[in-house]
Design a protein around this ligand. Structure first.
Ligand code: ADP
Ligand code: MG
Length: 365
């Protein structure tokens, strides 16, 4: 059964820079019809775009979580893979939506809410069900992969093997047992994240960051006593800003980074185009690290949601228009999610097998 990539749009409030520029509103969010309306600006006609859901500047973090990531997190418990990514120009609200802050609660973004939700689910599981949650956090910067919670500055390679499929070799994987442990991990990752100041955003996101969560569940079949294993892998992706390099005032090194970022984002765009154009078309996943890593999320075995973040101001008209078009194309991608049962790389299975072996040794079997 195939299912379309779900696409939602979130418009943030005006920021101080837009207020200083006396920028007018060019965006209306119609929550009744799930439409984003761009009004006429400088001879550009009025335009309407429809999505799976739309959120205005009053929308709460929990509203966005409940309707976008939550169903995907639940599916991960059933053994499906999931991906949520935030796309949009720098300053549009991607990191606010993806991370936000742990406290106050109202500011919790998708990453925090995901962990609170995961551990709520675990607390409600019946006896005989065991779940292990592991986390990795990495960034793609200038086409290099870096571990954000492992040894500092370590560059990593993408590898493919029979057992693990496509994976990042040497990437740290941390076992998490409580939701409130995630904050320190996020803070470590933030410190290690590559940040370069540009005019657009002092804490500019020049890199893509990916939070990879693996939810492994074992359940004992009451009739046969046999253990069944399922693994759901979840990627929470905060993409680099999608703006053109010239608007950021970048020069030199910054400009070069801008080109590379655009290269991997345009590779993402090309993958989306090829998928949308349909059958038989070669899909250029291998043209960037980002698209190789997200291959399964686009046209593959994953349930995917894209959050397109936009500004309400006419000052950002061109970037917003480009984001909305990108988001409309992504809506046409069809994925084919299936349950991952008894996967070869299930860590939980390995650990439980080891425990059984040790117990048998103690018993002298
Ligand atoms: P990006 O990651 O896309 O570059 P940020 O998430 O850092 O953008 O957002 C830029 C600024 O706007 C931040 O100060 C953030 O707190 C604020 N902001 C973004 N979205 C919202 C929102 N929905 N409500 C309130 N503030 C927001
Ligand atoms: Mg950001």
């Amino acid at each position: 059964m195939s299912e379309a990539v779900k696409v939602v749009v979130r418009c943030r409030p005006f920021n101080s820079r837009e207020k200083e520029n006396a920028s007018d509103r060019c965006i209306t969010i119609d929550q009744e019809t799930n439409q984003v309306i761009m009004r006429e600006v400088d001879g550009n006609p009025m335009r309407n775009f429809a999505y799976d859901a739309v959120y205005d500047s009053e929308s709460r973090q929990t509203d966005v979580y409940e309707q976008t990531a939550k169903p995907i997190v639940n599916s991960c418990f059933d053994g499906y893979n999931g991906t949520v990514f935030c796309y949009g120009q720098t300053g549009a609200g991607k990191t606010f939506t993806m991370e936000g802050k742990e406290e106050p609660k109202e500011l919790r973004g998708i990453v925090y809410n995901t962990f609170y939700h995961i551990f709520d689910n675990i607390a409600q599981q019946p006896e005989g069900v065991q779940t292990m949650v592991t986390v990795s956090f990495l960034e793609i910067y200038n086409e290099e992969l870096r571990d954000l919670i492992g040894p500092k500055g370590q560059k990593l390679e993408l590898k493919e093997s029979k057992e693990k499929g496509l994976h990042v070799k040497g990437l740290s994987q941390v076992c998490i047992q409580e939701a409130n442990k995630i904050d320190s991990l996020l803070q470590t990752g933030k410190k290690n994240r590559t940040v370069g100041a540009t005019l657009m955003n002092a804490e500019s996101s020049r890199s893509h960051s990916i939070f990879m969560i693996s939810i492994e569940t074992s359940e004992t079949n009451t009739a046969t006593g046999e253990k069944m294993f399922r693994v759901g892998k979840l990627n929470l992706v905060d993409l680099a800003g999608s703006e053109r390099a010239d608007k950021t005032g970048a020069t030199g090194d910054r400009l070069q980074e801008g080109c590379k970022i655009n290269m991997s984002l345009s590779a993402l765009g090309n993958v989306i185009s090829a998928l949308v154009e349909g059958k038989g078309k070669h899909v250029p996943y291998r043209n960037s690290k980002l698209t190789r890593l997200l291959q399964d999320s686009l046209g593959g075995n994953t349930k995917t949601v894209m959050v397109a973040n936009i500004s309400p101001a006419d000052f950002n008209y061109d970037e917003t228009y480009s984001t909305l078009r990108y988001a409309s194309r992504a809506k046409k991608i069809q994925n084919k999610p299936i349950v991952n049962e008894d996967p070869k790389d299930a860590l939980l299975k390995k650990y439980l097998d080891t425990i059984t072996q040790l117990e048998n040794r103690l018993k002298g079997i």
